[in-house]
Design a protein around this ligand. Structure first.
Ligand code: CMC
Length: 391
């Protein structure tokens, strides 16, 4: 609806605020491509490191370029010792997402030589710092929540291997990396790496459009991702499945609650603003869930509940009419759980995956000379002018 010179578009359903050359989605056909490459091909043949490079620099790297990129990343993994002290200030039961966003925000105070958004070298430095340090911060947030000692990064390992070792390893013994676990996490990170102008990415761009630095913008994106309608859905799905299991609710009865919108209950992990077809990422996750859960020893009963809910939903008029299909979050939580991560870490894992996308989108915005500060309009519906009462 247009009123005067203002278009009223709740939730930006139809408003494009930017042009972008990074990610293509056709929501009706269920297509997702990074820089032109179909997600299915990247999932099968690429690595998270290579996808990170592709998203940020626009092209697949040569073997030498990838090795140089990896080597430079490995030199930035350590956190300033004073930043490590930060973790002691949070309550033990703190959710790791706000711990992550706070620590990322604090990077602006520890690394002040890379804050200028218009200095290419500084942007490059802050890019490497973020990519290398965020997994370390995420692992520390996890260790903090379980009361275990934090490990220093081991730079003989790549970023995904290092992250797993820092989450599950102990200083008292050698941690044996499970190649299946590394491969599975790498795949999930690829699937989350970018998704055009979703809520958190739009937040990163909006904050960055005021010329705020990359650390500040990404920290804001992490907070946007925390919400259960966005990245927080992966944690919410597992809570939903657990509740159904614990209370012995039949999937068809749960469906009735959803359809009647009882207490605002939704089928978490279903529906998407853009996909009106099966989310291509969910297709890949579902196809690998059985195999991975078999290898990693997941909870079969929860997977069975999830599959029955999906089966019921896909045959139900409520979901068919509204074009509601499983999204990426529907099966990922089950895999993360089987990997050994507690529910609270699920959205942090999403953030690790989305980080290259946020960085690529922020850089695209900063480099685009047509960028303007993001400043939505409103339709005022409040009181007309009135006089302040004098007695
Ligand atoms: N369960 C039940 N009903 C739903 C669901 C759901 N998961 N999703 C949408 N609907 C209904 C909604 O109630 C509405 O019905 P009606 O027309 O009767 O009012 C209709 O479908 C349209 O939904 P909407 O909320 O207007 O659609 P939206 O584009 O504004 O919201 C969404 C998209 C993802 C927020 C929503 O589908 C949702 O809340 N899903 C559950 C949370 C979730 O899984 N989020 C993860 C999204 S994918 C990964 C990510 O972005 O992080």
């Amino acid at each position: 609806r247009t009123t005067g010179d203002v278009t009223y578009d709740i939730g930006f359903m139809n408003t494009a605020g930017t042009r972008s050359a990074i990610t293509f989605i056709d929501g009706d056909a269920g297509i997702l491509r990074y820089r032109g490459y179909p997600i299915e091909q990247l999932a099968q043949h690429s690595s998270f490191l290579e996808v990170t490079y592709l998203l940020i620099y626009g092209e697949l790297p040569s073997a030498d370029e990838l090795a140089a990129f990896d080597n430079r990343l490995r030199r930035h993994t350590m956190l300033h010792e004073d930043l490590k002290g930060f973790f002691g200030g949070f309550p033990r039961d703190a959710h790791p997402m706000p711990v992550l966003s706070s620590a990322v925000s604090a990077l602006s105070t520890f690394y002040q030589d890379s804050l200028n958004p218009f200095d290419k070298e500084q942007v490059e430095l802050s890019t490497f710092r973020l990519l290398a340090k965020v997994p370390v911060i995420a692992a520390y947030a996890h260790k903090k929540s379980i009361g275990q000692p934090m490990l220093y990064p081991d730079n003989s390992l790549n970023s995904v291997e290092n992250f797993l070792r820092m989450c599950f390893g102990l200083p008292t013994e050698h941690y044996d990396l499970d190649p299946e676990l590394v491969k599975a996490l790498d795949l999930l990170l690829i699937l989350h790496a970018d998704h055009e102008q979703n809520c958190s990415t739009s937040t990163v761009r909006l904050v960055g459009s005021s010329n705020a630095n990359l650390f500040a913008s990404v920290s804001a994106g992490i907070n946007a991702l925390f919400g259960p309608l966005h990245g927080g859905a992966n944690e919410a799905v597992l809570n939903m499945l657990r509740r159904i299991q614990a209370e012995g609710i039949k999937p068809e009865d749960y469906m009735e609650k959803v359809k009647n919108k009882e207490d605002g209950v939704k089928l978490m992990g279903f529906g998407h603003r853009v996909y009106k077809n099966y989310d291509p990422r969910a297709k890949i996750v579902k196809a690998t869930a059985d195999e991975l859960l078999g290898k990693l020893g997941g909870n079969d009963e929860l997977l069975e509940i999830a599959k029955r809910l999906e089966e019921k939903a896909l045959a139900d008029d409520y979901f068919i009419e509204r074009k509601l299909y499983p999204n990426v979050d529907f099966y990922t939580g089950l895999i993360y759980k089987a990997m050994g991560f507690p529910e609270k870490m699920f959205t942090v894992l999403f953030a690790l995956g989305r980080l290259p996308g946020w960085i690529a989108q922020w850089r695209e915005m900063i480099e685009d000379p047509t960028t303007k500060i993001g400043r939505p309009r409103q339709l005022y519906v409040g009181a007309p002018e009135r006089n302040y009462p004098l007695d």
